[in-house]
Design a protein around this ligand. Structure first.
Ligand code: FAD
Length: 528
């Protein structure tokens, strides 16, 4: 290592907050401005729907070329692995043949069918901005602006309306998938239904998604949020479960847990007017406190309250602070002076954060840092919070209720667990743990496998954007592969073309950003 790179590593490791402020934020702002301008030009300046057919043909052509060449390599999307929301980078992108599925557009809004048709790289920020101006919104809007439709369908996506509408995948009326034999197949609950139910969680191992039709609902101007502080674990679990099951009454439900016994449970409903029972709060403005800090004030003041939050501000309420992880990147980011001067520039882009990881920060992250979402049957919420408290002591925890629907005879990767008496409870909860646990002698290397065992034992699921240490066998216990294995055998060229999901999401398929940089550098020096 040269003196300059030593110095650079030292700055990145020890002055990360200052580096993020002075370098990552300006670069992120420029990059986001470029993306927005591009979207405007593409969507308003050209005919996106007409171009869509051509783009699908291009994907098919690339598959045909692969077949003509003997179908030798495995396939993956050409999107840079640095751009994914995961903390890790896909290693398989270095060896697999890349298929360009660069499709970013909103194609058609059909008020009659109650759907919007979009391409896979359309993002949540782009779609919510576009729909809300027309009086509509997606039934489920996963929180961060940069989450892509393709990633949310092929991986997973959840938000505080998921108790009503299910995971992001459940609001999809249909998918257009280009399979490994170069066919564009439309799938819905009534057409190619087996494929339709297996695309979610399949991580692009059944084909390339080229479009999806998503359910939309009428939007209103505000979300009326009722904040309820609670001061015991029993009260927390009871209030959260009750709110989650009242799907007719509550459009949105969320919990932020601040300790084993304290939390704020939030219930949201659409509203067009600000009533006298609450106050207006545009929480998304750059100078406002980070959302989880604001929510905590209800706990400290020991008082419930009601606020009317503009719709987009509500949907993207955790974006500026990436939930609470920004505190570790820019520790002074929630200071009023910082917010007033630079709050508008937050958050720095994920790909830049990954690219500037150093060997030292990698080691610290892998040992002490946790980013996990565990999807648990809601009847195990109490045990789960106790488990996180005993083994992690990491707060806040994010609680987002979610329905996993019983699809009857169609076997997807996830389905609600059948209770001993034969009944099915579709209500689950996403428990999100992000940050550095305070548990004495914490080491993720031992804590994560134990947590994964706890999740399997309680019939839960792990979100696969995060690190998994499951063995292939345990992975198959957690995620039902029955229909998937059968379908991969049936679909022509599928096994030749695509890895299994496990090979993409486990350590076989993904590495840390630092290791990826080394692999790329080694490859480049081999070529020279
Ligand atoms: C800081 C942070 C915050 C997050 N917040 C939320 C949140 O609020 N709500 C939430 O639900 N989730 C959240 N997530 C997780 C997120 O849902 C997942 O990462 C999800 O997979 C979407 O990420 P992505 O758009 O980067 O997809 P990617 O990681 O790019 O894609 C996921 C998988 O789908 C495959 N894929 C993508 N597009 C296609 C295609 N067109 N054809 C075939 N295969 C394809 C990819 O190959 C990959 O295997 C968060 C993650 C992080 C790190």
């Amino acid at each position: 290592m040269t003196k300059t790179s030593h110095l650079f590593e030292h700055i990145l490791t020890h002055y990360r907050g200052i580096f993020a402020t002075l370098f990552l934020l300006p670069v992120s702002v420029l990059y986001s401005a470029y993306n927005s301008a591009r979207n405007l030009i593409v969507f308003y300046g050209r005919s996106a729907p007409l171009k869509h057919e051509q783009r699908v043909k291009k994907v098919i052509q690339q598959i045909e070329d692969w077949k003509k060449g003997g179908a030798l390599e495995k396939l993956c999307t050409a999107r840079s692995g640095w751009k994914t929301m995961s903390e890790m980078v896909p290693k398989y992108k270095l060896s697999h043949r890349k298929i360009d599925v660069g499709m970013y557009d909103i194609l058609e809004i059909s008020e009659q069918r109650g759907t919007v048709k979009v391409e896979p790289l359309a993002t949540m920020g782009q779609i919510s901005r576009n729909l809300i101006t027309k009086g509509w919104t997606l039934a489920v809007v996963p929180e961060l602006d940069d989450l892509t439709v393709g990633g949310l369908i092929m991986g997973f996506g959840v938000e505080s309306s998921s108790h009503k509408f299910g995971l992001f995948q459940s609001i999809c009326a249909s998918f257009d998938l280009v399979t490994a034999d170069g066919q564009c197949v439309r799938c819905s609950p009534t057409e190619n239904a087996d494929l339709y139910y297996l695309i979610p969680w399949s991580h692009g191992t059944l084909g390339f998604l080229v479009a999806a039709e998503l359910k939309i609902i009428p939007a209103k101007r505000f979300i009326r949020v009722h904040y309820q502080p609670v001061y015991s674990l029993d009260e927390m679990v009871e209030a959260f479960e009750e709110a989650s099951r009242k799907t007719g009454e509550n459009d949105f439900v969320e919990g932020l847990v601040y300790s084993r016994d304290t939390a704020v449970i939030m219930r949201g409903t659409f509203a067009n007017d600000i009533e006298s029972d609450g106050t207006f709060n545009a929480i998304g403005r750059w100078h406002k406190p980070w959302f989880y800090k604001h929510v905590e004030t209800y706990l400290k003041n020991r008082q419930a309250g009601v606020e009317y939050i503009p719709l987009r501000h509500y949907y993207h309420r955790h974006t500026r602070s990436y939930f609470w992880t920004m505190e570790e990147i820019i520790p002074f980011g929630n200071h009023p002076v910082f917010r007033s001067l630079l709050g508008w520039a937050l958050p720095p882009r994920i790909e830049l954060l990954k690219y500037t990881e150093t060997e030292t920060t990698r080691k610290l992250r892998e040992k002490f840092h946790v980013v996990q979402d565990m999807l648990m049957p809601i009847r195990y919420l109490k045990q789960s919070i106790k488990y996180f408290d005993d083994h992690f002591n990491l707060y806040p925890l994010w609680l987002s209720p979610m329905a996993i629907f019983d699809n009857d005879k169609h076997l997807g990767f996830v389905h609600p667990h059948r209770i001993k008496d034969g009944t099915v409870d579709e209500m689950y909860v996403d428990i999100g743990a992000y940050g550095t646990p305070l548990k004495a002698n914490f080491d993720n290397a031992s804590a994560l496998p134990l947590l994964e065992k706890f999740v399997i034992d309680h019939h839960g699921y792990q979100a696969l954007y995060a690190k998994t240490t499951l063995s292939r066998e345990d992975f198959r216990t957690m995620f039902d592969h029955t229909g998937y294995d059968r379908l991969r055998e049936q679909l022509p060229f599928c096994v030749q073309a695509f890895d299994e999901v496990y090979d993409k999401v486990s350590s076989k398929g993904r590495v840390s950003p630092v290791e990826m940089r080394k692999l790329v550098n080694n490859r480049e020096s081999d070529v020279q």
